[in-house]
Ligand binder design. Structure first.
Ligand code: FAD
Length: 472
């Protein structure tokens, strides 16, 4: 067996890996190569068009079969189909396996035989299928080929940034399988029981942080499924607690959202650039470049939004609740297209994942499957008070606000002048005023979204209780 990694970003089309993903990939490949070496094997690296490289490798080594893992991104799907057809034409054997999903997207179908567009029935259908395949043990030794082909050095692939902006990434992450196993152990050991209560709290470490490892294939969802489900089996035998069972279920439901994202990507590949709901094609997006820039830099004047954007820049990751808040702010307060937000996330996230990112952005914008209702416009101040009640998250990422008391931390622009003066006397940059007035921006967005959805703007005819609940 000759383990091979081919770097062919031009074959990934518009969505070739962004800067933070490349940083991660470099380390992930280092870790994989070390693991293979410790098992008597090697990792062969190539760069360029994949078909040519595979043909070359087969000519040099006499290999007669190629195995790879299935991809679901539209450009990769097209590429893989073309490579498969050409290799079969050469008389090679080709085997393609599912290594990244619990359930293959084409196997889960509605009763009518079509794809799902709503999450809950999709996940119920998944859970009624036979359990996913259990993970296998890692082989201790791998049989090397009679002759190794030449390999590029990892540095020849050029994944590392030219300027070193990645200090924060290095401090926060340990790419590679060992890092993934460590996070999974932490989840099983301490985090899982509290997951339902803490998963929405960016000020606490309440989620698994497995997303970059899952995206890069350093851990499979099957490993996560069996690891998290183990206590459930214990409960069936009379050990453990009810709470742990429902915590495991709540956690696996999130893995279910990942499965749903891939299901949608497989069935609706155009959504990587266009909204699933076609009426949104005509949305009058704003070209507010200055607003977009302030959002990217974490200088909107809304603390929870800015803390999230600064966390993203510093660590390559952002908490899910905050991703929803910042996305809502860009799309509904600034009226900047979701695709601009998706592109920024794509370049800066270490877990940038075409399926999850597309679903996340279209869900918040209201133009995707099972999306948030059009009148759900997150109020950044209320969201901050609810999910970061003491302001710890905001203070961690916005040092300029460190001296603002809890009462004003989520809305410093409304604080009395005496408080602001005291905070300003602290050394460092001063915090910017709000880039837009949220109340006015909300009314503006509701008017446009109401027209688009063919429903009266909730302001003109407010379904009040529903509206208040949705906007909370
Ligand atoms: P946990 O809560 O521990 O969840 C476990 C796993 O379930 C995650 O690692 C992830 O694989 C999956 N998951 C959790 N929530 C979601 C979700 N809402 N949708 C799909 N899968 C989910 N996730 C990415 O992996 N890559 C992205 O590029 C991405 N972009 C997003 C963009 C927006 C606008 C939004 C709102 C969400 C996005 N998400 C994305 C989903 C989610 O925010 C992250 O998966 C999650 O924050 C990762 O943290 P965690 O591993 O601690 O999650």
């Amino acid at each position: 067996m000759i383990p091979v990694y081919l770097w062919s970003p031009e074959e990934e089309g518009e969505w070739s890996p962004g800067a933070a993903s490349r940083w991660w990939l470099h380390r992930s490949l280092t870790s994989l190569a070390d693991d293979l070496t410790s098992r008597g094997s090697r990792l062969i690296l190539g760069k360029g068009p994949s078909l040519g490289l595979l043909r070359q490798l087969s000519a040099v080594t006499g290999a007669t079969a190629v195995f790879w893992n299935r991809r679901y991104e539209p450009a990769a799907v097209r590429r893989d189909a073309a490579v498969q057809a050409a290799l079969l034409g050469d008389g090679m054997e080709v085997q393609i396996h599912n290594a990244s999903l619990l359930f293959d997207p084409h196997e889960v179908r509605t009763r009518a035989g079509g794809p799902y567009k709503v999450f809950t029935p999709f996940w119920t259908a998944c859970l009624s299928r036979p359990d996913p395949a259990p993970p296998r043990d890692t082989p201790r030794r791998l049989v090397p080929p009679a002759r190794w082909p030449d390999s590029l050095a990892l540095t020849d692939i050029g994944l590392e940034p030219k300027e070193d902006w990645a200090t924060g990434l290095r401090e926060h992450w340990r790419p590679g399988e060992a890092g993934a196993i460590e996070e999974l152990k932490r989840l099983r050991g301490e985090a899982l029981g509290d997951y339902p209560q803490l998963r929405d709290r960016p000020d606490q470490r309440g989620t698994s942080r497995l997303s970059p490892y899952l995206h890069h294939g350093e851990i499979s969802p099957n490993q996560v499924w069996y690891s998290v489900n183990r206590p459930v089996a214990g409960v069936r035998r009379g050990r453990g607690t009810e709470g742990r069972v429902s915590a495991a279920r709540a956690f696996l439901r999130q893995i279910g959202w990942r499965e749903f994202a891939y299901h949608l990507l497989h069935h609706f590949p155009h959504t990587v650039l266009r909204p699933l709901r076609p009426e949104f094609d005509g949305f009058p997006w704003s070209r507010d470049r200055a607003g977009l820039r302030r959002w990217q830099q974490g200088k909107t004047g809304y603390p929870i939004v800015d803390a999230g954007m600064r966390e993203l820049w510093e660590t390559g990751w952002m908490h899910n609740r905050v991703r929803m808040i910042v996305a809502s702010f860009l799309v509904k307060d600034l009226l900047v297209s979701w695709i601009e937000g998706a592109r920024w996330f794509w370049d800066t996230l270490v877990d940038a994942d075409l399926a999850n990112n597309t679903l996340g952005w279209q869900w918040v914008a209201g133009c995707g499957a099972d999306a948030a209702p059009f009148f759900r416009i997150f109020n950044p101040e209320t969201q901050g008070r609810k999910f970061d009640p003491r302001g710890d998250y905001v203070r961690r990422w916005i040092p300029e606000l460190a001296a603002i008391p809890d009462k004003w931390i989520q809305a410093p622009s409304s604080a009395p002048e005496s408080i602001l003066r005291q905070a300003r006397s602290e050394p460092g940059e001063s915090y910017p005023p709000p880039v837009v007035d949220h109340a006015a921006a909300r009314i503006r967005a509701l008017a446009i979204l109401g027209r688009l959805s063919g429903r009266p703007s909730p302001r003109a005819n407010p379904p009040r209780r529903k509206l208040m609940k949705a906007n909370r």
